[in-house]
Design a protein around this ligand. Structure first.
Ligand SMILES: C[S@@+](CC[C@H](N)C(=O)[O-])C[C@H]1O[C@@H](n2cnc3c(N)ncnc32)[C@H](O)[C@@H]1O
Length: 242
């Protein structure tokens, strides 16, 4: 199995564009992810915290708490995130003697993630599209997705969730930090809707559709725990595979 994954393990020496960049990523998010100046601008704790309306650290803590303090076995993070989420996750994985696989479709993002990790961190950087993970079923003890789902079109989101669930071991947890439908009294329900509709055209799906209804058939009937934050604008959702 690892031979199969090894083919996707990202190395700086490898020709950068081995995996095609999804159309939505280049068309809509080129200015946030796939340029070195964009990484330089956005990958600052205060910037990502401002983008998440001061809630980045809180959401990171919530997601990490759901994963656990000490993480043995195999952990999968689906897509890189700006800020200190991955280094903190990697520390917990190292404490447990586990391994963290970090998948992203953009080599520039994997390179950036590597620069944030201490040398010797037990992390494999894997250049892969999350819509079709070349990873075996029932492989990971836990899978984490942090603010990816709102950035992708509906059909891609369905594929990513199906894949995340497929590679999760029975008894394992899928932990997601995401946008959610804010309460009527939350001023961001009105202010943020305008921002999102301009800059993040798929994000309002997370308001309109319950994440439970986005999950694959295989997840139906599984335990789902949800916490909402910041007047309902954000959610942490944990699905435990049976
Ligand atoms: C996790 S999301 C958003 C994170 C959030 N805005 C933050 O930084 O806190 C952004 C990442 O998702 C990656 N990504 C987008 N679509 C992907 C896909 N289909 N497969 C793998 N990675 C993907 C992008 O390359 C980028 O690194």
């Amino acid at each position: 199995m690892d031979k199969q994954v090894d083919a996707y393990v990202w190395e700086a020496e490898r020709i950068a564009d081995a995996v095609p960049v999804p159309d939505y990523l280049e068309r809509i998010y080129w200015w946030t992810y796939n340029r070195s100046w964009a990484v330089w601008v956005f990958d600052r704790q205060w910037v990502v915290n401002a983008i998440l309306l001061t809630q980045y650290n809180r959401m990171r803590r919530a997601v990490l708490a759901a994963l656990g303090e000490i993480l043995p076995g195999r952990t999968l993070q689906i897509s890189c995130a700006y800020g200190d989420l991955t280094p903190k996750l990697a520390m917990r994985v190292a404490k447990g003697g586990g391994i963290l696989d970090l998948v992203d479709v953009l080599p520039i993002q994997l390179e950036n993630a590597r620069a944030k990790l201490p040398s010797g961190a037990p992390v494999r950087l894997i250049n892969m599209n999350a819509e079709a993970l070349a990873l075996p079923a029932d492989r990971y003890d836990r899978v984490m997705i942090y603010f990816l789902l709102h950035e992708v079109p509906k059909d891609v989101r369905a594929k990513v969730l199906k894949e995340a669930f497929r590679v999760l071991k029975p008894g394992g947890r899928l932990v997601m930090g995401e946008f959610s439908n804010p309460k009527w009294w939350n001023p961001f329900r009105y202010l943020w809707a305008v921002f999102l509709s301009i800059f993040e055209p798929f994000a309002l799906d997370m308001w309109r559709t319950d994440i439970a209804d986005m999950l694959p058939d295989a997840a139906r009937g599984c335990r789902m725990d949800r916490n909402r934050y910041f007047g309902g604008l954000f959610q942490r959702t944990v699905v435990t595979k049976e």
